[in-house]
Design a protein around this ligand. Structure first.
Ligand code: WTA
Length: 641
């Protein structure tokens, strides 16, 4: 069975004519070639970058540990900046920035380069050496990018923490990374409020820690305490250094960054990415999937605290010499048309955002985008979760004016770069599917025994071959890396996602099949929220599950048993929700807290989250409950009609 032509969105002929890959047949031919000889494909892509020393061998694969471009020396910051200074890009805008209150800044490649060199020297002056970890906890301002690139320039390893995370989350990441330096700001803006970043850092640094220096950027002149001897001001430090700082030639496998993300167990995992392979992956995918042109104004709305911000706000577009728009604040501040206003004003040509944002736009009403001229847009993208076909169609019509192809891009913090996505001039689109694997990506859908399933059957999404931008390990925890990703399906990387392929080979990704939640496109482990709840003195036990949510994709429901004698009041319910927000950040705040006398467990003591999920979603249980220890528990959990 094939899809009737009316359901397919073919690439507009005008678009295909100019595109790098201009027909589906060309994609197929190149894809097959890239799967037969992946090293050849990736070497060609890597060859477009600037190497201080060329690699000797493309891949060394000792499963599950990969090394790419062995023997090569390269610097990521040099590829994102210096490389563009010898030609017309020198005075091209690298960053167009707007703060939430409305300030505007433009940094050309030359200016960004200078700032990065200065800040590299600030880091050195404050004792940072190659291999040291630097935590970056900043609002979405150019200085966040400057700090990241400065680390890359001198071979320090950055670990960016999303500004919405709490002091406790900073503490946890500090304990794992043992960073000696934190770069932060007095505050940032979100929906008109000041986010007290520096205060959160101060809270995180109560008690013992590894930090010697906190570098503070002055963003909103918030009144903050300064700890003499530990805290220094960004602007003062910048005045004390020279602007010359040669880029350090780094081994291709030198660590570039650690980014913490949620897994199915309690503690967030430090995903480690390295230099040459990561850059090759993000450079190549940005080039082909967004089909970047010199004159594009490219806007990825992600925060640098997430992987999308690393790969497609900073490293992918800058290594391609693109002009990137960055906006600090909320999409509905001061009104729900902030994005559309900015698109019209800056002439944005490529917009890359999240399905959860699109669903909010739908809710706020069609009249908001209709007020603005969005005709500069030529390409749209989404990432973070499956996009429901209704949201896809709305995005296509109301934002893309029925003319812009939509790139539904599937990938993960661990994959570093986009792995499954259409190509804009080549792939006929169907709303709701990320379509086909990128060049060199051997994606498959398998059953529990690791056998490929038939088209139309749901299975586990796996990757059968290594790729350059893959994570190398979990920071300082090879055992967990092996177990987490390489033990579920023999010889394959297991993504944690479920998927099926339709008769035409399109990949439909349904979302996580492990205990990871995806709330508004942000990953959270159920175990992580559970441990936050259990830390509260009134709580004896907790189990956390997701339930479908129209806006956020998934909402969080927490089942809680309290300690004996504690009254289960509405006030406690409220307190527990707030408590989780304090422990992790407000994205983790449960939508609902349900008190229960016990939790359903298997005879071996495992919480049966599947049952709880059903109860949270439909209020009923239909599945197999033969392993349940105590049936009474279930009747207590199901609310009376
Ligand atoms: C989900 C975000 C369906 C998926 C870059 C994955 C998606 C998780 C898509 C990774 C998509 C991301 N279609 N699902 N286009 N993109 N996901 O690490 O469940 O924050 O495993 O990386 O998001 O989330 P992460």
């Amino acid at each position: 069975m094939t899809t009737p032509a009316k359901y397919l969105f073919k690439p507009p002929p005008q678009f295909s004519k100019r595109a790098r890959i201009s027909s589906f047949a060309e994609y197929q031919r190149l894809y097959e070639e890239s799967i037969r000889k992946p090293s050849q494909f990736w070497a060609r892509e890597a060859g477009e970058l600037l190497w201080e020393k060329r690699w000797k061998k493309v891949l060394d694969w000792k499963p599950p540990f990969a090394q790419w471009f062995i023997g090569g020396k390269i610097n990521v910051a040099e590829n994102c900046l210096d490389r563009h200074l010898n030609g017309p890009r020198k005075n091209k805008a690298a960053i167009l920035w707007e703060g939430e209150p409305g300030e505007k800044r433009t940094l050309t490649y030359q200016q960004l380069h200078r700032q990065v060199c200065l800040f590299s020297n600030v880091l050195k002056r404050n004792g940072v050496k190659k291999g040291h970890r630097v935590l970056i906890y900043m609002p979405l301002i150019p200085e966040a990018v400057i700090a990241m690139l400065a680390c890359a320039r001198i071979g320090a390893v950055h670990s960016v923490i999303f500004g919405g995370f709490s002091a406790a989350s900073i503490q946890e990441r500090l304990a794992d990374s043992k960073a000696k330096i934190i770069v932060t700001a007095d505050g940032g803006y979100r929906r008109g409020q000041i986010i007290p970043l520096k205060r959160n850092v101060d809270h995180a640094l109560q008690g013992s820690h590894s930090v010697r220096r906190v570098i503070v950027f002055r963003r909103n002149y918030a009144d903050i305490p300064i700890h003499e001897g530990r805290d220094v001001w960004w602007h003062r430090e910048m005045e004390a250094v020279q602007a010359e700082c040669p880029a350090e030639p780094l081994d291709s496998e030198h660590p570039l960054f650690i980014l913490y993300t949620s897994g199915s167990t309690g503690k967030p995992k430090g995903i480690l990415h390295t230099t040459g392979g990561y850059l090759t992956g993000v450079y190549s995918t940005t080039k082909y999937i967004f089909d970047l042109r010199e004159e594009d104004v490219y806007w990825c709305t992600a925060d640098v605290g997430w992987i999308a911000g690393h790969s497609y706000v900073v490293y992918g577009p800058l290594s391609n010499g693109a002009t990137c728009l960055m906006y600090e604040g909320a999409p509905n501040w001061p009104e729900p048309d902030r994005f559309w206003k900015m698109i019209a004003e800056y002439g944005v040509t490529i917009l890359y955002t999240a399905p959860t944002a699109i669903r909010s736009f739908i809710k706020w009403g069609d009249h908001w985008p209709a007020r603005h001229d969005l005709s500069s847009l030529r390409l749209l993208g989404t990432v973070g979760e499956p996009i429901n076909p209704e949201a896809w169609r709305w995005y296509h019509h109301h934002i893309g004016g029925d003319r812009c192809p939509i790139m539904d891009t599937w990938w993960q913090t661990e994959t570093g770069a986009i792995l499954i996505s259409p190509l804009p001039g080549a792939t006929p689109l169907k709303p709701g599917t990320a379509t086909f694997p990128f060049f060199g990506i051997d994606a498959a859908i398998v059953d529990d025994e690791g056998r490929e399933v038939l088209d139309g059957t749901e299975g586990k999404l796996v990757l059968r071959q290594p790729w350059p931008s893959m994570l190398r390990t979990i920071y300082e925890d090879k055992k967990r890396y092996k177990k987490q990703y390489w033990s579920e399906v023999k010889g394959c990387y297991f993504t944690g996602d479920g998927a099926h392929r339709d008769p035409e080979g399109y990949f439909w990704i349904s979302g996580r099949i492990d205990d990871v939640l995806n709330v508004a496109g942000h990953r959270l482990g159920s175990a992580e929220v559970e441990s936050a709840l259990i830390a509260h003195p009134s709580v004896a036990e907790a189990a956390v599950v997701g339930r479908p949510d129209e806006l956020k994709g998934q909402g969080i429901v927490a089942f809680v048993t309290v300690r004996t004698g504690i009254p289960t009041t509405p006030a406690l319910r409220k307190e527990l929700r707030e408590y989780v927000a304090q422990q992790i950040g407000s994205i983790a705040k449960p939508d609902e807290v349900r008190f229960t006398e016990a939790l359903p467990k298997t005879r071996s003591g495992k919480i049966m989250r599947r049952l709880l999920k059903e109860i949270a979603t439909s209020g009923q249980v239909t599945g197999d409950i033969t392993t349940l220890e105590d049936f009474n528990v279930l009747t207590q959990l199901i609310p009376e009609e």
